[in-house]
Design a protein around this ligand. Structure first.
Ligand code: TIU
Length: 235
């Protein structure tokens, strides 16, 4: 952290304010990949309307710019598999009875395969040097990855979770993080679902019961609380 904020801050959130220390907080960006966000990708092949996810890009780009300006830890994840698919459960490969599924050639290369165009992160949020890019075979970012090790080694206690999709990979990651003792704050406008109703209920599920899995808040509330530099927020 080389930012303007020192020490813990209170972030207005549901179900109650979350105290976090930006120096011990990681911005986690889940699966903002072409395969999920762009027409012709895996998300659309599953029968989804990808336009529902587009609204997350601009606010997330603002949060990412602020995190970079403040020197906050940033971690990007990508869901996908080795080219030989040895890390993909046969059940996952078979799911959906798709004519073009995981590993098959599609318009953006082999679907959800590492190294292929569709598997990579969209240009607007592309990682820069110093930001971890974590390849995960499952929905959760902790399963079969070294994320927990990286976070513990970095002294991270709080995750600001963003990305897609709200009720699938975001939810799974928040649940996994919560069980491991990390405080998880989900930025409401920086997560999205192909199903608006799942998005709404997914957010409510996180904050219900006194914050059973974590907290939720709009990105503007988070940025104001951490004292994000105005030029980063405006860019
Ligand atoms: N299909 C769906 O909603 N999501 C996924 O398959 N992966 C993620 O959420 N990243």
């Amino acid at each position: 952290m080389d930012g303007t904020t020192t020490g813990p801050v209170d972030v207005p959130a549901a179900p109650y304010p979350l105290t976090l220390d930006p120096a011990r907080t990681a911005l986690v960006i889940i699966d903002m990949q072409r395969d999920f966000l762009e027409p012709g990708g895996f998300g659309e092949m599953l029968g989804n309307d990808v336009s529902h996810l587009a609204r997350t890009v601009e606010p997330l780009a603002t949060v990412l710019a602020a995190a970079r300006a403040m020197g906050m830890t940033v971690i990007h994840t990508r869901e996908g598999h080795r080219p030989d698919l040895t890390d993909a459960p046969p059940t996952k490969l078979a799911r959906g009875n798709l004519s073009c599924g995981i590993g098959d050639p599609g318009p953006k290369g082999r679907v959800l395969v590492r190294g292929e165009e569709g598997h990579d992160i969209i240009d607007e949020l592309y990682p820069v040097a110093g930001e971890a890019v974590l390849d995960k075979p499952g929905k959760g970012a902790f399963y079969a990855t070294d994320l927990e090790l990286m976070l513990r080694n970095g002294g991270i206690t709080t995750l600001v979770v963003t990305g897609v999709t709200t009720e699938v990979c975001v939810h799974t990651t928040v649940r996994e993080g919560n069980d491991r003792g990390f405080e998880c704050l989900v930025l409401e406008d920086c997560v999205g679902s192909y199903f608006p109703e799942f998005h709404e209920v997914g957010l409510r599920m996180i904050a219900a019961q006194g914050g059973i899995f974590g907290w939720t808040t709009p990105s503007a509330a988070f940025l104001a609380a951490i004292g994000a530099p105005a030029e980063a927020v405006a860019s």
